[in-house]
Design a binder for this molecule. Structure first.
Ligand code: OSB
Ligand code: MG
Length: 368
């Protein structure tokens, strides 16, 4: 493959509803898109799923754009790339920056699929044509607002409900949810807000029949997660802890959790996501696809990876309309009866709505 042009768009896009986690509230999404072109003018698209500030992970949008400009884009423009899998070795000397690496790697995967007349899902080896999805709900000001939201999402047939928890906003919330909805498939996500000193609180969650607790402890704490998993029955699902194949391998060996949330950006791209998928499959670790409040482009990549067969549990890939007044792809992502259909078109399988992209673009950088 020969890439002749790369464009980076910085976007600011307002979400329909604020989204609150243990690390903060987001309503204005500030992220970037990467567009790569070959000499025939065929384009591939990727999303840099960063935020304006480094709150979920150490990367943030302006830093990732600089990373792309200074290091990653020159590699892509000055090398013949046989297959998107080769990018890993080119990017490897530059440490971490997985969200930036993933954005351009994803764009090249999209282009590769289009050049080979494949959908991105098929290019990745995905066989599913549809899958069940869940939804992730943020922390609300009061419990009644949350219960109303849950009812609404159950009525829309989302197949599992995830709610965010934080110290002091945990047991009572889960208790109220279970009183009103004793049987719904329910899980909680702490976004690293606890430590082993909170063992008593975390143990109390065992009585609520939760599918899992996502990332209770800090990202680097695989050993502490293993200690916690020994003490609680609820399966631990790792999110922020897993940045690579080796993280996943060590988490499995240490028994730090029983489930992994896959985020393509966090692990540095689709190639690494596929490797982790295969490792988890061999080790009977079920996966589901997480989300980063993506626009349609990142969402399309999530859909493609979820078509692989070890994505067993419903993920966070909800419909475009759950996030956006109007998405930047056509058609938008729709969820019917809790089911999402994998698109069959070439590459990501959705058209990028340039008019909408440019409406939200605050900065465009071009490279040749
Ligand atoms: O921890 O999974 C998370 C959103 C932003 C950053 C981190 C997380 C989330 C979500 C929402 O839970 C997922 C989504 O709906 O895209
Ligand atoms: Mg999470």
């Amino acid at each position: 493959m020969k890439i002749t042009d790369v464009n980076v768009y910085k976007l600011k896009m307002n979400m329909r509803h604020p989204f609150t986690t243990s690390f903060g509230t987001q309503q204005l999404r500030e992220f970037a898109l990467v567009e790569v072109k070959n000499k025939h003018g065929v384009t591939g698209w990727g999303e840099c799923v960063t935020t304006g500030e480094p709150l979920y992970i150490e990367e943030f949008t302006d830093a990732s754009i600089l990373m792309l400009e200074r290091f990653l884009i020159p590699i892509v423009l000055h090398n013949e790339i046989e297959h998107p899998d080769d990018l890993e070795k080119h990017f490897k000397p530059f440490k971490r920056n997985h969200l930036a690496k993933s954005s351009i790697e994803g764009a090249i995967w999209d282009l590769y699929a289009k050049e080979n007349n494949l959908s991105l899902a098929h290019a990745l080896g995905g066989k599913k044509s549809s899958f069940e999805v869940g939804i992730s709900l943020g922390i609300e000001k009061n419990i009644n607002d949350l219960l109303t939201k849950i009812q609404e999402k159950i009525d829309e047939n989302y197949r599992r409900i995830k709610v965010k928890i934080a110290p002091g906003k945990d047991i009572q919330i889960v208790d109220s949810i279970r009183q009103k909805f004793p049987d719904i498939p329910l899980m909680v996500d702490a976004n690293s807000a606890y430590t082993l000193n909170d063992m008593e609180t975390l143990k109390k969650l065992d009585q609520y029949n939760l599918m899992m607790i996502e990332q209770p402890l800090t990202a680097g704490d695989l050993i502490d997660h293993a200690k916690l998993q020994k003490e609680i029955d609820t399966p631990i699902c790792l999110d922020e802890s897993i940045h690579s194949y080796d993280d996943a391998r060590q988490a499995i060996e240490l028994k730090s959790g029983k489930i992994i949330n896959m985020k393509i950006g966090r692990v540095g791209g689709l190639t690494q996501a596929k490797k982790i998928h295969d490792l988890c499959k061999e080790n009977n670790i079920p996966l589901w696809c997480g989300g980063m409040l993506e626009s349609g482009i990142g969402r399309a990549h999530n859909i493609a990876i979820t078509s692989l067969d070890n994505f067993i549990l419903p993920g966070d890939t909800a419909a475009s309309s759950r996030y956006w007044h109007k998405d930047i792809i056509k058609p938008e992502v729709v969820v019917e009866n809790g089911i999402l259909k994998v698109p069959e078109g070439l590459g990501i399988g959705y058209d990028v709505d340039m008019e909408e992209v440019l409406k939200h673009t605050t900065e465009k950088l071009t490279f040749k």
